[in-house]
Design a protein. Structure first.
Length: 165
């Protein structure tokens, strides 16, 4: 997907975020600090990482600024409810920044935290891929915990197979 103008991308990215939030709302509050192994991202870490990188890395980089992403720890938001509030707040700030990008801004280069130059629209596309990657981890964690999750697009795999001819 090439991004020529920001509005269609914002619509797409809004849908990506809503699917992430549906999965996030399935997390049992007492499992926000759960991880499959010591030293690995917890469910809370994954959610905070998604939104903190969106706001303090991607949103900064597309403005020609250096990344301000330093951490995604519990000190930002501890409980599930606080994490969800943080996600809503930082996402709104990011969308405000992204919505101001002109067609010309999307075509110019920005600098990644690793010092690489990349076309801004491609950097934004990577942001959505990053979120989808971590949403997959959330679904896996919830599956390990036997927590029911919503289907991504309306039907589960089992339901789709029942309709097959």
């Amino acid at each position: 997907m090439e991004i020529h103008t920001i509005e269609p991308f914002l619509h797409y990215f809004g849908n990506v975020r809503e699917r992430t939030m549906r999965a996030a709302r399935c997390i049992p509050p007492d499992k926000i600090d759960w991880s499959y192994a010591p030293g690995k991202f917890t469910l809370g870490d994954l959610l905070r990482h998604i939104v903190v990188t969106e706001r303090y890395m991607w949103a900064e980089n597309v403005q020609g600024r250096e990344s301000r992403y330093k951490q995604h720890g519990k000190e930002l938001a501890d409980s599930l409810q606080d994490v969800l509030v943080l996600m809503e707040r930082l996402h709104a700030e990011s969308i405000d920044i992204f919505s101001k990008l002109s067609d010309e801004d999307l075509q110019r280069k920005c600098t990644t935290p690793g010092g690489k130059q990349i076309t801004t629209w491609k950097w934004l596309r990577l942001m959505s891929e990053h979120e989808i990657h971590h949403r997959g981890q959330i679904y896996l964690y919830l599956g390990i915990l036997n927590v029911p999750t919503p289907p991504l697009y309306g039907l589960t795999s089992e339901q789709v197979r029942r309709f097959a001819v």
